[in-house]
Design a protein around this ligand. Sequence first.
Ligand SMILES: Nc1ncnc2c1ncn2[C@@H]1O[C@H](COP(=O)(O)OP(=O)(O)OP(=O)(O)O)[C@@H](O)[C@H]1O
Ligand SMILES: [Mg+2]
Length: 468
Amino acid sequence: MGSQPEQTILVACQKDRLGQSIAQAISEEGGYKIVFVEPGSEVLKVIERQKVHAVVFMDELSKSQVCIELLEYRRKFDLSFPIIVISKEPSIERATFFMKRGAHDYLILSSKEASLKKIIDSLKEALLQSNGIYEESQQPYFEEIVGASPPMKKLYRLIDRVAQADVTILITGESGTGKELVAQAIHRRSKRRDKPFVPINCGAIPEELLESELFGHEKGAFSGAIRTKIGRFELANGGSIFLDEIGEMKSSLQVKLLRFLQERTFERVGGLKTIEVDVRVIAATNKDLWKAVQEGTFREDLFYRLNVVPIHVPPLRERKEDIPLLVEHFLSRHSPSLNEEGRKRISPEAIECFMEYSWPGNVRELENIVKRLIILSEGEEITVEDLPERLYKPKKDKLPSPILATLPEEGIDLKKFLENIEKSLIQQALDKTGGVKNQAAKLLGLNRTTLIEKMKKLGMDLSYGGKN
Ligand SMILES: Nc1ncnc2c1ncn2[C@@H]1O[C@H](COP(=O)(O)OP(=O)(O)OP(=O)(O)O)[C@@H](O)[C@H]1O
Ligand SMILES: [Mg+2]
């Protein structure tokens, strides 16, 4: 298939001789990666987890339900991968049934050779027809990245375009937005896909080690350099290097990286020989690098060299429609049970709480919460009660029991009485929050200004703790 990227074909057949020979025949055509599963519930799982370009499904009466679900799933998400149904028994009824629901073909297997050829011809034709529709489809994922919101679709299109161009890329975005997944997707969709993808976190390695980690060192370069070490740039030769947290790189290394970007050469630490490698640089940062340039901590020339194609990964709060998909994805990914039935579900109310939360830690935070919920929630379904407090606060309609004050004979000053109650509750809220008015107001279901007004009116000391 020349420079065409490999296409993934899901072969859902019994793992008997016939199934094996179908998978093998497709694989031998070249250019296809085969995912081979039994035609059971595993089929949908594969589809949910990875991108497939076509499905070959072996129909049998007992397995039809799975095929119907598959066609249904494809329709629901408006996906474009063709489904070729094959069967050992001729049945016009079933053929019509599946074709009507969007199967590309319904093939009856006769003699083995003729059947294999039919399958491959049909597959090729189907793939040709579906090629190019990818960008327009509603696919809820892209490589390993889950998300079908407009900003994510825009991101997928951008990745697709830049992957082929072999230019340096700077990925920006808050922590936990999936920058590393974007870098991997770029690599996988580039012509370097069969060569290494070498990630390195520039912020996690001590300054003095980072240079030799990246560029290697010669034996004896420094005390402790017992033998020659090959750096990540050399390991990545032919492929891509992913420089995560590039904003943390100190300035002497920035110079060395700049030179590499200009000349594609470097020397190992303590080495004299100039080494040339063919490596694509993909960098990422959750900092504002331009600000770092203005503050003088990041080299301007390096910034421009890296920022040839900037890619911004949007924070989760700007694409909340992806939250249900992500929750499902992580539920199925982290569930200990492999089959659908044993998997935890989540209640619609709980999903609603997920939708309302602002996710400062983005997808990583969501993934961690789902992981924890799978372990900690007791029932089959995760409910709002299982959620951590920042996602779900029980409503404040649990008021303290009404005060059973009896009206004295002579009557009372009701206004003053109520003011005293107000004062006491405000004071308690302030005590609880160490005098932070914003938080105290929250506890009372007020906004900050209303609280201050009330305090003024009640003649309370506004300088409590001196805090806002
Ligand atoms: N859209 C997504 N679909 C599926 N998984 C995702 C998505 N975005 C992030 N993740 C997962 O969330 C975690 C964090 O992602 P990643 O490490 O790529 O974030 P990051 O942007 O590099 O964050 P940091 O700046 O903190 O390094 C990973 O486990 C990743 O697999
Ligand atoms: Mg990262």
